[in-house]
Design a protein around this ligand. Structure first.
Ligand code: MN
Length: 750
């Protein structure tokens, strides 16, 4: 605050002018300047070094005396940000603006000063980045919405602003360890929810991946160390496997006279995290942990290579994706296929041209680095950014901050499906979109008249979820009695469809809205045990309506009816008011209700002391079973992870004991748990069959069964099975021990 006032103070302006900055300093012995210069020289690209040096000097002088949390001089941060941008191949102006990006905000220099010395283009870039600084704290959600909106406007003006902001965030994330716990959490979450999706939408996958990997380490450190352990566990084996595949594909392509560059790729930590902890896949079920990438010169060769690979190895059905003929909205293009080699191990192959490769890695930044995507068949850079304008347009009408953030998260972050109209136009929608979403994406009039849908010529229900490549036909009716149904609000995925349906109800059906809203409110009252004395009802409701800025109870009911007021949001406050007023009579009822709730919230089979109803997941490291002694670990942002009490991950020195909470098993649960056991026995024909028969007789379902030879003519079988509790596991293990030739059966924990 004080800083801003100072800027309008004449004395200080004079101080500014008195400050003599020596722009002739060649900085030959300044280690920070040399860091930047070396990276620039290495690129071999043309940069205006003199301009960059001037930018460096102004930044260094203005930030003189300021320190980073790490103890380094502040200038390190703008220099590191500039280096990231040089590595992305950005131009001189972007690099200079990066050096100056914190100058207007944090020092005496003004935007005018920058304009005078460096010209208006750089001043505009710096201004753009400065404006993206955090808005005053409202609610986290609203603040985020505000930030996202600003960022999108910035992109619409000059995408370089956002690229600088992403580089700035990347360096801050790389040095996040020096921040307070609270700041770490806020920054990591914001990076995950806003910055990484933005990088994704701009096609900057290298940037996106590093941001996500840095953030997830702060959000869920335990799971990350589990993943890293899994990755190192069989690193050598996998590396040999991939090397062998690369060699075989290489030989074949050489024989076919295709010039190709082939290399292996490891999935990012966060990529594995998503599959393992969010989509709940077993580590071994993740086909693309390791993938092979083939890069060729032309599109024609991409399809040829695909043919050769399918000829060499068996493709897995439904895993082939052609992002060359239908690029992702963020410009990504490649062919993806998953194949099985002769040893039965599935892996993914990605085939693309060099141009597609650069676009995939650098996204919009490839425009500067490789002069790509400026014209021709891929459309201009401007066209590629139209989605931002569309998103901004669709947000104009909504003023509910949480709604905005929600739709930005789904609209930006979700993966897309591509479907076709009968005429062959491509419509892209988020994954999970239905026939109704499609209808509204074409036009609201089509959506409102929809009575049915056909996918690839077959009638489907309205909640049918569309798949890429389908041809979708909407059946409409002009009967004025037809219109959207309220149930559609529960089915649709896109905010566009939801807003259009609500708009229709708001406009067309006042009487119905009132009835609907009244009923919904009464139901909600009933569910929350809000029983008003008949005599007080009207006053209570009117007060409630007025507080929501409605003049009459009817208007209020109508708004609930078309979805303009969310009951979930207002009910807690209403409940509080009600209990305050009528406390005495309802005390008993409340207590009863609380007990009911606590009991029902143990669907995971675990009761976490003091944290009823929290998100519970089971640690993959020790896979606890009912009967085991367990404890919970409060992760940052992803609920409580349940470990065995003696799990080594919780019994090492640097575990924060404060975050360990008591847990117990719920007495009644129908949950099944995954458990892995190892059976060792003499290697004989039929051994594996006997084990799987014994398991199926014991009525346990098998997830994976892996057999391999070990020394002394013995085999080891690792079986991952579904188990109810420790007792059942022990009995299954006893059964297995009775199999002919079995020497040991053990539960595998780590
Ligand atoms: Mn900064």
């Amino acid at each position: 605050m004080e800083n801003n006032n100072d800027k309008n103070n004449i004395d200080d302006v004079e101080v500014m002018e008195e400050k003599i900055i020596d722009y002739d300093d060649l900085c030959e012995d300044d280690k920070y300047f040399l860091m930047l210069k070396n990276v620039i020289v290495e690129t071999g690209k043309q940069y205006d070094l003199d301009k960059i040096r001037k930018g460096f000097i102004l930044s260094r002088e203005e930030h003189r005396g300021q320190l980073r949390k790490s103890g380094d001089p502040y200038i390190l941060h703008p220099v590191a940000t500039a280096i990231i941008l040089v590595e992305l191949g950005m131009d001189t102006d972007t690099v200079v603006a990066a050096l100056l990006h914190d100058v207007v905000e944090d020092t005496q220099a003004t935007s005018e000063d920058i304009k005078k010395i460096f010209g208006s283009e750089i001043a505009l870039l710096v201004d753009g980045v400065t404006k993206l600084k955090d808005v005053p704290f409202i609610s986290r959600e609203r603040q985020q919405a505000e930030n996202v909106r600003k960022m999108l406007f910035a992109v619409a003006q000059d995408v370089r602003v956002i690229i600088i902001k992403l580089a700035d965030r990347l360096h801050n994330m790389r040095t996040l360890e020096y921040q307070t716990e609270e700041k770490k959490r806020i920054k990591a979450l914001e990076t995950m929810e806003v910055y990484a999706p933005l990088a994704h939408r701009l096609g900057m996958s290298a940037m996106k991946q590093e941001l996500e990997d840095l953030a997830i380490h702060y959000l869920d450190p335990i799971a990350c160390s589990e993943i890293e352990k899994q990755l190192t566990l069989c690193k050598e084996e996998r590396q040999n496997f991939i090397d062998n595949i690369i060699e075989r594909i290489g030989e074949r392509l050489q024989k076919e006279n295709v010039k190709a560059h082939i290399f292996g790729r490891v999935k990012s930590t966060y990529g594995i995290y998503r599959k393992e902890f969010i989509q709940c896949k077993d580590f071994n079920e993740i086909y693309d942990v390791y993938a092979v990438r083939v890069i060729v010169d032309s599109v024609m060769e991409c399809y040829n290579v695909l043919g050769f690979i399918h000829d060499m190895m068996k493709p897995i059905p439904n895993r082939f994706k052609d992002y060359i003929s239908t690029p992702k909205q963020n410009m990504y293009q490649s062919l993806h296929t998953t194949v099985i080699d002769k040893e039965g191990i599935p892996f993914e192959v990605q085939i693309r041209t060099w141009e597609m490769h650069y676009t995939a890695e650098y996204g919009v930044a490839a425009h500067w680095k490789y002069k790509l995507g400026m014209n021709g068949k891929n459309g201009t850079l401007d066209e590629k950014l139209t989605w931002i304008r569309q998103l901004l347009d669709s947000q104009k009408e909504s003023d509910d901050a949480e709604e905005i953030v929600k739709s930005i998260k789904t609209d930006i972050a979700a993966d897309e499906v591509f479907v076709f109209t009968p005429r062959g136009d491509v419509i892209s929608l988020p994954v999970g979109s239905t026939v109704i979403d499609f209808a509204y994406a074409i036009h609201s009039a089509v959506g409102n008249k929809t009575v049915g849908g056909k996918v690839d010529g077959r009638m489907v229900s309205l909640d049918y979820q569309l798949k890429t490549g389908s041809i979708v036909e909407i059946i409409t009716s002009n009967n004025p009695n037809n219109g959207p149904s309220r149930d559609w609000l529960k089915i649709v995925k896109t905010s566009e469809a939801r807003n259009k349906i609500r708009a229709w109800f708001k406009k067309e059906k006042r009487e119905e809205n009132i009835a609907e809203g009244k009923l919904a409110l009464e139901k909600e009252f009933h569910r929350n045990l809000i029983a008003l004395p008949e005599s007080d009802k009207e006053t209570f409701l009117l007060e409630l309506a007025n507080r929501q800025r409605f003049n009459t109870i009817e208007d209020f009911w109508a708004a609930i009816g078309y979805g303009g007021v969310s009951l979930q949001k207002i009910i807690p406050r209403v409940k509080e008011d009600f209990y305050k007023k009528y406390r005495a009579e309802s005390k008993a009822v409340i207590a009863d209700n609380i007990i009911k709730k606590t009991k029902s919230k143990t669907s995971s089979g675990v009761i976490v002391e003091g944290l009823e109803g929290c998100l519970v997941k089971f640690a993959k490291c020790c896979t606890p079973l009912p009967g085991d002694e367990i404890v919970g670990f409060v992760t940052r942002g992803f609920g409580v992870s349940v470990h065995k009490k003696d799990c080594i991950n919780l019994n090492i020195a640097n575990v924060d004991q404060e975050r360990i909470v008591k847990c117990s098993w719920a007495t009644e649960t129908n949950e099944k748990f995954k458990s892995t056991i190892e059976i060792i026995g003499e290697d004989r024909p039929g051994f594996l069959a006997d084990v799987s028969i014994a398991l199926s007789n014991a009525k346990v379902s098998i997830h994976t069964l892996l057999a391999r030879e070990i020394k002394n003519n013995h085999s080891s079988i690792q079986a991952t099975i579904s188990i109810k509790d420790l007792e059942q596991l022990n009995s299954v293990m006893a059964t297995l021990r009775r199999i002919n030739g079995v020497t040991s059966v053990n539960r595998i924990v780590q």
